[in-house]
Design a protein around this ligand. Sequence first.
Ligand code: RP5
Length: 168
Amino acid sequence: MSKPQVLILMGSDSDFETMNEAAVALKQFGIEYEIEVASAHRSPARTSKLTREALGRGIKCIIAGAGGAAHLAGVIAAETTLPVIGVPIASTPLAGFDSLLAMVQMPAGIPVATVAVGKAGATNAGILAAQMIGLSDPEVARKLVAYKEKLAKGVEEKSAKLKEKLAK
Ligand code: RP5
């Protein structure tokens, strides 16, 4: 087994159902990843340690998912030069709007690439990480092209099916 290239961090184990979609996407492109629970508020020292060690361990991108007052991606970005992708999780009565605003409104100088709230965002976080890795990994780049072709083919099939249904 090769070394993980992506570190997936989440604020709580309750975020896993959403964040697993990032793992599923990475698996699709054959990218090794590691998953850890680390909270910006409940375990700041652990979050800092995992972040600071990541670059030296060969990690190329960190995906961070959190809900509510979602500061995880921001505090990670504060401590690393690795690209950080943030996934806002819908885990409170505010349905992820709170997480989105907390994550997306970073001050200039500390970028977090914030994706959509919830599972679609987690999927896109995995794909975006794959696209970063694909810049220097031809095998991953090839799989990304095939993935896009499959998406486009799926739309054509849906269109054909719809037309068939309407013709009946
Ligand atoms: C956030 O609080 C976590 O990212 C999670 O989305 C939310 C709730 O956490 P738990 O109370 O389920 O541990 O920090």
